[in-house]
Design a protein around this ligand. Structure first.
Ligand code: NAD
Length: 293
């Protein structure tokens, strides 16, 4: 059986790692936080005291880390695991990182004859825990086919977006659209309310009319119409303002790198940055509605 090394057992990684083990796979895990490592052992994951021990002779490496610098350091840094994995190892990075980082890390691995796909996810911790994530994968056909087997143990929808980095392109373009649509939906609810139309009535009409969108029907920022939405739970995340801000900044940087004009993406970034600066970064991103007058 292939040996899988899983690095990064935070909010997302712990559930993903445990789902691999529950599928009967041979999973070896490491995180800088010992409590996070202890948590996954109950699911049948083998824990390790350092990253090298977890990755030694691994055939598959899966990472779920905060940002590109962490991924580069774990793969290629001083204690980089590229030196200790098996000869034909495949690196599957599920973190959200920049397109440039994904492409340059992959290029540096290929010098060592190692393969990589970028496979960022859509869906929050709930989807990570129950194994219903959506994966957007960039990489060569043969690497995608090999990665898919493992991604299927952690997700429901696995898309091949093209060459290396294209998973991140899909992710940041999608999340930029989400950030914009949440603000636009919030503005519409606020306008309706100020003009005398209550949230439920506006929802009933607009969710069946041309303004209908995911931010409204699945994640309504106004309390009431969608019972499971964070708006009915004091805007506890969900998907926090600071996570949205991270993705909008990645989208801005990527847009600047190719001269793409993303005016509304920029406005969304500035809006969420203001929330974060005001100490609201830990609230769900749909709380933006509370800041509109
Ligand atoms: P997190 O901060 O909860 O987890 C990251 C984990 O990585 C931490 O446990 C940390 O200790 C560990 N780590 C950091 N450096 C390490 C190293 N050198 N070696 C080993 N472990 C190390 O973050 P998260 O919410 O799980 O998010 C992970 C990634 O998934 C991010 O890139 C994020 O943007 C993306 N993402 C998150 C969500 C979400 O809802 N939380 C949704 C989609 C995508």
């Amino acid at each position: 059986m292939s040996k899988i090394a899983f690095i990064g057992l935070g909010n997302m990684g712990s559930g993903m790692c445990m789902n691999l083990a529950k599928a009967g796979l041979d999973v070896h895990a490491f995180d800088l936080n010992p409590d996070a490592v202890a948590k996954v052992v109950s699911a049948g994951v083998t824990s390790h005291e350092n990253v090298t021990a977890a990755a030694r002779d691994a055939d598959i490496v899966i990472t779920m880390l905060p940002a590109g610098a962490h991924v580069r350091s774990v793969y290629l840094g001083e204690a980089g695991i590229a030196e200790c994995v098996s000869e034909n190892a495949l690196f599957i990075d599920c973190s959200t990182i920049s397109v440039d980082d994904a492409r340059s890390i992959s290029a540096d691995l290929s010098v060592k004859n190692l393969n990589m796909v970028d496979a960022p996810v859509s869906g929050g911790t709930a989807a990570a825990n129950v194994g219903s994530l959506t994966f957007m994968v960039g990489g060569e056909d043969k690497n995608f086919a090999r990665a898919k087997v493992y991604l299927e143990a952690m997700g429901k929808n696995i898309f091949h977006a093209g060459g290396i980095g294209n998973g991140q392109v899909a992710k940041l373009a999608n999340n930029m659209l989400l950030g914009i649509s949440m603000i636009a939906t919030s503005e519409a609810f606020k306008l309706a309310e100020k003009l005398g139309l209550d949230a439920q009535t506006f929802f009933d009409i607009s969710s069946k009319a041309s303004g209908q969108n995911w931010s409204m029907t699945s994640y309504c920022p106004a309390p009431g119409p969608v019972p499971a939405a964070p708006s009915n739970n004091e805007y506890k995340p969900g998907f926090a303002v600071d996570m949205m801000l991270k993705d909008l900044r990645l989208a801005q940087n990527a847009a600047n790198s190719v001269g793409a004009k993303v005016t509304f993406g920029k406005m969304a970034e500035e809006t969420y940055a203001r929330l974060s600066e005001n100490g609201l970064g830990g609230l769900d991103f749909s709380s933006v509605i509370e800041q509109l007058n």
